[in-house]
Design a binder for this molecule. Structure first.
Ligand SMILES: [Zn+2]
Ligand SMILES: [Zn+2]
Length: 306
């Protein structure tokens, strides 16, 4: 069924077809409902948005910026990490800069080169690990550290329903349920001043919906995929999920909705997980020395040898 006489631009899993203006209304209402339902944003916030330059994070920034215009007590800060991935990050950063400039938003950029002394490309020549491994560790480390420096109350990310679905399934397949306890629309197990709370306003929006919203608002670009993403485990899980969703529409919602029902039990089960502090950098860590410091030490040693 169609929403009105206008030409439909998307078909929802329910079979409903929406035109451009009804889709925008549907999508924005869904995000606002998610924010209310999971209590993601308070009346007064100094919010950060982790910007990768891709469609998901730009969509979050676009919508939260709209929200902050109606609520002057909600301040928005965009944060981007420059890993130094040639022909990829430089281009997505241009997109981010351009967007923030046009929308009068403050953009804070932190680079690996300035913070750690080396770009990701240079690190990869020394460390024998997959790029996504160190990228994930240093990115999280910097985002958390800089969020605290900027005195952010929360950090919003662009994770959508498909991302969450993949993570849930990956943790199941790897028998890593403790990692699932950290998922959900509000990330983390315990509230701690060492962690800036991360929130996912697009939690209930599918990849297809985010792409469509980004497209009609001019937020889509051709540099979405990082060149370092190979046929990773996540990519294979993504394909399986897309296949299931095609055959059985609504599968992704079912996975996330049933996960949300078990999430309080998981959080209860793992609530005693203690957050330690890294003895080198004082950032939060699961062990005595955090992963970021372990890799930085390895980098330092091999540079001395050279
Ligand atoms: Zn319509
Ligand atoms: Zn450390």
């Amino acid at each position: 069924m169609n929403c009105c006489n206008e030409k439909p631009i998307i078909e929802l899993y329910s079979g409903e077809k929406l035109c451009k203006s009804h889709f925008i209304e549907y999508f924005e209402n869904k995000v606002l409902k998610t924010i209310r339902q999971f209590d993601l944003i308070d009346k007064k916030e100094n919010l950060g948005v982790a910007l990768s330059g891709g469609k998901d994070s730009l969509t979050v920034l676009y919508i939260l910026n709209k929200l902050s215009k109606q609520n002057p007590k909600i301040k928005i800060n965009a944060i981007a990490i420059d890993e130094g991935i040639q022909n990829y990050r430089d281009k997505t950063l241009e997109k981010a800069k351009d967007f923030c400039h046009k929308n009068n938003l403050e953009l804070h950029i932190f680079s690996y080169k300035e913070e750690f002394g080396l770009k990701l490309d240079g690190m990869l020549k020394i460390l024998n690990v997959k790029p996504c491994t160190i990228c994930g560790i240093f990115r999280r480390y910097l985002l958390n550290k800089k969020s605290k420096d900027l005195k952010l109350t929360k950090l919003a990310t662009g994770h959508n329903l498909d991302d969450e679905c993949q993570s849930i399934l990956m943790n199941q397949l790897k028998n890593n349920i403790q990692a699932s306890a950290r998922l959900g629309p509000k990330v983390g197990l315990v509230h701690d001043e060492k962690f800036v709370q991360r929130i996912k306003p697009l939690y209930l929006c599918t990849e297809k919906e985010v792409t469509t919203y980004a497209f009609v608002n001019g937020l889509l670009d051709e540099f979405n995929e990082c060149p370092n993403v190979p046929q990773s485990f996540r990519a294979q899980v993504r394909d399986v999920l897309n296949d299931l969703e095609n055959k059985f529409p609504g599968t992704k919602y079912s996975i996330v909705n049933s996960f949300l029902q078990t999430l309080p039990l998981l959080k209860q089960q793992f609530k005693d997980e203690v957050i330690k502090v890294c003895i080198k950098c004082s950032e939060s860590s699961a062990n005595d020395v955090c992963n970021a410091c372990i890799y930085l030490e390895k980098l330092r040693k091999s540079i001395e040898v050279i």
